[in-house]
Design a protein around this ligand. Structure first.
Ligand SMILES: NC(=O)c1ccc[n+]([C@@H]2O[C@H](COP(=O)([O-])OP(=O)(O)OC[C@H]3O[C@@H](n4cnc5c(N)ncnc54)[C@H](OP(=O)(O)O)[C@@H]3O)[C@@H](O)[C@H]2O)c1
Length: 243
């Protein structure tokens, strides 16, 4: 298993779930300390410090997984980044970083992993966002959600392209998940708490997700017994996208 962004949040919860099932997991990210924390106490979690947007990173990650485990059953394209800004204030570097992280890096990591995934009849799970499911607009966040819509479209297209090679591709589309991501994209801790509190009231299931709520779906959808599903975009959002 490969999980990008496996040092924190949804990625870490997914790594722990896979490891708990006895799977061997490579967690990838730029911050060694976060990866080490995720791996602590788990012999079957290995770490790789890498920036997935760097040229050649896809090959580097795949080589590391094959070196550690000799096979790749699941690739979870989970690492992602977002920056809030209205069109008038978009910053070119921040825009390019979001596309590089959320769209281009998963694409070339998936490309690098194809032969290994074909050998195992493996699965690619792209972590998108429930905000990118329909025709809803989110003012001041056009770039982030456009990257996630693009990722969902990659899922559908790769599912059809890769079915003859025995590789499944799905998206898990989380709703609001309490991972601390708000603080990492510029909110204060107080603003993030307030944001989560306000949203909880609008969610049919009455609360925001925990990272493990999302991780369960990632590990379940990538289970080989789920072999007849491909190309699906699965919202894990407590019903929010229906309101
Ligand atoms: N939390 C939510 O409410 C929510 C809702 C919908 C969708 N999502 C999506 O779910 C995924 C996980 O988000 P999260 O909430 O768990 O946030 P998070 O904890 O901030 O996770 C993002 C991870 O990606 C890694 N990462 C970012 N850029 C990278 C790069 N260039 N190279 C390697 N690793 C990189 C980060 O590690 P380093 O910084 O150490 O590299 C971090 O571990 C993201 O794709 C996010 O868009 C989250």
């Amino acid at each position: 298993m490969i999980i990008t962004g496996g040092g924190t949040g949804i990625g870490r919860a997914t790594a722990l779930r896979f490891a708990g099932k006895g799977e061997r997991v490579l967690v990838v990210g730029r911050t060694a300390a976060a990866l080490d924390e995720a791996a602590e106490g788990h012999d079957n979690i290995r770490t790789l410090v890498a920036d997935i947007t760097a040229p050649g990173a896809g090959e580097e990650v795949v080589e590391a997984a094959l070196r550690e485990f000799g096979r790749i059953d699941v690739l979870v394209n989970n690492a992602g980044t977002g920056t809030f800004a209205p069109l008038a204030k978009l910053d070119r570097a921040a825009t390019e970083r979001q596309y590089a992280t959320n769209v281009i890096a998963p694409t070339f990591l998936a490309q690098a992993a194809l032969d290994a995934l074909e050998e195992t009849g493996g699965t690619i799970v792209n972590v998108s966002s429930a905000g990118s499911l329909g025709i809803q607009a989110f003012p001041d966040n056009s770039v982030y959600w456009s990257t996630k819509s693009a990722l969902n479209h990659l899922t559908r297209t790769w599912a059809v392209e890769l079915a003859p090679r025995g590789i499944r591709v799905v998206s898990v589309a989380p709703g609001v998940t309490d991972t601390g991501i708000g603080e990492r994209i510029g909110m204060s801790a107080e603003q993030y708490r307030e944001f989560l509190g306000q949203l909880a009231g609008q969610i049919p299931l009455g609360r925001v997700a925990s990272p493990d709520d999302v991780a369960w779906w990632i590990t379940t959808l990538s289970d080989p017994e789920g072999r007849y599903m491909t190309g699906a975009i699965v919202p894990v959002d407590g019903g929010l996208s229906l309101t």
